[in-house]
Design a protein around this ligand. Structure first.
Ligand code: ZN
Length: 465
């Protein structure tokens, strides 16, 4: 069975057929680097990582692009408040973002373009829109996208969702510097410099200023991928206006269809409520790490629910994640012991079940269902002593392929720090010389450092507590 995905553009599940297979161009709206990303943001980035990993599992050659929004109203405000410079301020949060991405075992996107490094591309895209009569410079010096002119060309504004043009954006706050727009629905492509911007501005043919947020994504995605590419991802909160505006700008400039498949991840609630700092249920990844959780547990939890379902993130759920992962670790650990370095081709049954589930619009809940069924059956066979080394090796090989998509790893994958290995070796030496007092002391010291040591006829094994 081939992969099917829900496309927001058609509001239906479609067969996935990339424009030039086996290549797949995939763009995911990245972070605005003015703060640490919160767990709701991470749901989207882990979802994008899962899509990429699964496409690679299916032998597609993916180019995964994720932008860094390093120029934006909130950023300018914070730079002013913290009396720092733009690169210093955004650099700090950008590095933190990439560290967190690693903590959650997300593969690094192939390209992570920064908006501030694509000002010429942004300017030339705006120039194209002006030349086609779709964008105009207003009295305030800013350049706006005219939705009326765009529609006048027979283009559809409202591809991702049905819009009521009379009420459109009426509820949005109109800034004083945006009164110059011809229509309230128009959005800024280039924002002219205002005193609060201080030294954060770029020269352009339209005057000094900075790009709007939407145009950044159009310019960078089309530069790195093509004018038309396969997949654009993001959280559902970005459907309107951000993604709709990306389509309008891109198709308005090129006259070509922008993106074939739009995928949107649903919201995340924390303890049943919308996350907010005032409710005390607002968590960054770092907040969760400080509570003693691991990136692996958080990642697992974030990929337990279908991406189009609202997900309720709870601390109780995280406890469940620990138990679930421990079940997998135990099973995989036993399989490794039985396989004892035997090599075998992956067990195709579990792989087929796993892949059939994910082919169905990335039905991850069904995939986990198959995995835990497989764990139960495997444990049963191990208990009955009916699993041969070759069977165990085949199961293990299948698990490694499955985990290349899930990215939760096994506890044994955890790198053991050199000082811990040295202590374990000292303990073996102490045991050999029958210094049991010392070997017990080392065991306690390891425990205090968060490691348990298990002896077996083949040597010892270190496990993280
Ligand atoms: Zn974007």
């Amino acid at each position: 069975m081939g992969l099917k995905l829900f496309n927001t553009l058609s509001r239906s599940i479609q067969d996935f057929a990339p424009l030039t297979p086996p290549k797949v161009g995939m763009y995911c709206c990245g972070p605005t680097v003015y703060d640490f990303a919160h767990i709701g943001n991470w749901r989207t980035f882990v979802f994008a990582d899962l899509v990429r990993r699964y496409l690679e599992f299916k032998n597609f050659q993916v180019t995964h692009v994720m932008n860094i929004t390093d120029i934006e109203d909130k950023i300018i405000k914070r730079v002013r408040e913290t009396k720092t410079t733009l690169p210093e301020f955004t650099g700090k949060f950008e590095s933190a973002f990439f560290e967190d991405l690693k903590t959650l075992n997300c593969l690094s996107p192939h390209q992570t373009p920064r908006a501030t490094e694509h000002i010429p591309e942004i300017i030339s895209l705006i120039e194209k829109l002006i030349a086609r009569g779709i964008a105009y410079k207003a009295a305030d010096g800013s350049v706006y996208f005219s939705i009326e002119k765009y529609r006048g060309f027979g283009c559809n504004y409202g591809q991702l969702l049905k819009l009521n043009f009379n009420e459109m954006r009426a509820g949005e706050r109109v800034k004083s510097d945006e009164y110059a727009k011809e229509s309230v629905a128009d959005f800024a492509l280039w924002k002219s410099r205002v005193p609060d911007d201080a030294d954060i501005f770029w020269p352009s043919p339209f005057g000094e200023g900075r790009p709007g947020w939407h145009i950044e994504c159009s310019a960078m995605s089309m530069k790195i991928l093509e004018a038309s590419f396969d997949i654009h991802l993001g959280g559902e909160d970005l459907i309107f206006p951000h993604h709709e505006d990306e389509i309008a700008q891109s198709e308005g400039a090129t006259g070509k269809p922008f993106v074939k498949y739009w995928l949107h991840g649903a919201h995340l609630l924390v303890e049943g409520k919308k996350m907010s700092k005032s409710l005390g249920n607002y968590f960054t990844l770092r907040d969760l790490m400080a509570k003693g959780l691991s990136g692996r547990e958080v990642r697992y939890l974030l990929i337990t629910a279908h991406y189009r379902e609202t997900f309720n993130f709870t601390l109780e759920g995280l406890a469940g994640a620990k138990t679930a992962l421990a079940r997998i670790d135990e099973c995989v650990g036993k399989l490794s012991e039985i396989a004892d370095r035997t090599n075998a081709a992956p067990n195709s049954k579990i792989l087929e079940q796993f892949s059939a589930a994910l082919d169905d619009d990335l039905n991850i809940s069904a995939a986990w269902g198959e995995i835990f069924k497989w764990v139960t059956e495997t444990n049963k066979r191990i208990a009955e002593n009916s699993l041969q080394a070759a069977d165990a090796a085949a199961s293990l090989a299948a698990w490694h392929m499955i985990d290349s998509v899930l990215g939760v790893g096994t506890k044994n994958d955890i790198e053991i720090p050199a000082d811990i290995t040295a202590l374990a070796e000292d303990r073996i030496a102490a045991k050999k010389s029958k210094d049991f007092k010392r070997s017990d002391a080392i065991r306690d010291e390891l425990k205090a450092k968060g490691w348990v040591i298990e002896d077996s006829p083949k040597g010892y094994k270190l496990k993280k507590l």
